[in-house]
Design a protein around this ligand. Structure first.
Ligand code: SAM
Ligand code: SF4
Length: 359
């Protein structure tokens, strides 16, 4: 097993397939315009599959496709099918890893849901194991104000299609909803969202508003903390009981007296850096070791130049071995907390954006 400087294994990969997005969520892309990665620089499907296989060969057993909005990339189901086949071939004959499914790393995807209605069935058929849909509000007019696009109905249709395609079948955890909670924006919907998720048999996760690159309007007083969320939920629905066995998962999970389970990702007020086993790859093949990291390592250029596989694996192993990142914990220790990167700097170095690194 590959360990970093803090003895954290490399187990999970967030693979961004595009930096483009069809929404402009206030906490992620609040600026009027953005600098996109040149199309010629994006890894093609074959390159993404080779890079994913490189990670799987070094112990990664969970891969999540993300973006930008991943479903904006043309024919993502074909990418899922290619990944599934390539990863099975990569892992054939190796000792199984805990998170693997069907002889390969688990394949998941995080989406804003707008294009899901037309793709859910094909994604499931291609081998996608899990799906997370980001949904911050049940109110169409609030959705439009928060995302700058009137697409609430499309997202709800996408969630319905996902369920019909088999994500979130009874007893299965394959469908999740992620809600970034912001004070004065949607914090009055914490309980209605739990009701919505229960009816859908999806697991809701509350995400604390983070001061990552891209969040150029971030303010500490807009963060609704884990502690506040637990009080708000407990007051209406009874005391949530913490569930054991979180492992390296970013979400702490809780069970309500009704039996409903939900999660909280408290990266802002209660970071979990010491358990973080996650690498991030941008759509142009840059490896980042932390959401807050300012520099990445280019894996696509050596891959395109035909550098032998063993050398690429050694580069990845050395990079992970030198990792000491504790970005969220370091941010917590800062006395004056403001947006991580000013908008002007993000334009000069767009790789710092959240929508480049996949959240
Ligand atoms: N476009 C897809 C989506 O929205 O699900 C995938 C990419 S998005 C960057 C991944 C996740 O990051 C989303 O759940 C989004 O809510 C979250 N996110 C973006 N900016 C955030 C911020 N400032 N704080 C907390 N979560 C954030
Ligand atoms: Fe787009 Fe997702 Fe960022 Fe919203 S959170 S702007 S949907 S990448």
């Amino acid at each position: 097993m590959l360990l970093d400087q803090l003895a954290r294994p490399l187990r999970s990969l967030r693979l961004s397939v595009t930096d483009r997005c069809n929404l402009r969520c206030a906490y992620c892309m609040p600026e009027p315009d953005y600098v996109w990665l040149p199309r010629a620089e994006l890894c093609d499907f074959g390159e993404l599959a080779e890079l994913a296989a490189l990670f799987a060969g070094l112990g990664v057993d969970r891969i999540r496709l993300t973006g930008g909005e991943p479903l904006l990339r043309r024919d993502v189901p074909a990418l899922v099918a290619l990944l599934a086949a390539r990863l099975v071939a990569e892992r054939r004959g190796a000792a199984p890893l805990p998170g693997e499914r069907a002889g390969r790393p688990e394949l998941a995807l995080t989406t804003n849901g707008i294009l899901l209605a037309e793709q859910a069935r094909a994604l499931r058929a291609a081998g996608l194991d899990r799906l997370t849909v980001s949904l911050d509000t049940l109110r169409p007019e609030r959705f439009a104000a928060l995302t700058r696009r009137d697409a609430h109905r499309a997202v709800l249709g996408g969630i319905e299609a996902a369920r019909a395609a088999g994500f979130g079948a009874p007893g299965d955890e394959a469908l999740k909803l992620d809600m970034v909670v912001m004070r004065g924006v949607n914090d009055d919907e914490v309980v209605p969202m739990l009701d919505f998720a229960r009816e859908l048999r999806a697991e809701l996760r509350f995400i604390e508003y983070m001061d990552v690159g891209g969040a150029t309007r971030w303010r500490g007083d807009a963060v609704v903390s884990r502690a506040e969320l637990l009080v708000a939920v407990g007051r209406r629905l009874g005391v949530p009981e913490p569930l054991a066995g979180r492992g390296s998962a970013p979400a702490e999970r809780f069970r309500l007296p009704s039996g409903q389970v939900f999660g909280i990702v408290a990266s802002t007020t209660t970071p979990f850096c010491l358990a973080c086993d996650r690498a991030r790859l941008t759509a142009d093949g840059m490896l980042f070791l932390c959401l807050y990291a300012s520099r990445g390592v280019d894996l696509k250029t050596p891959l395109r130049r035909g550098v032998p596989r063993a050398e690429l694996a050694a580069l990845l192993a050395t990079t992970w071995g030198a990792r000491a990142a504790r970005g969220a914990e370091e941010r917590l220790a800062e006395s004056e907390r403001a947006p991580l990167v000013p908008a002007s700097q993000l334009r000069k170095n767009p790789h710092l954006e959240m929508h480049k690194r996949g959240g």
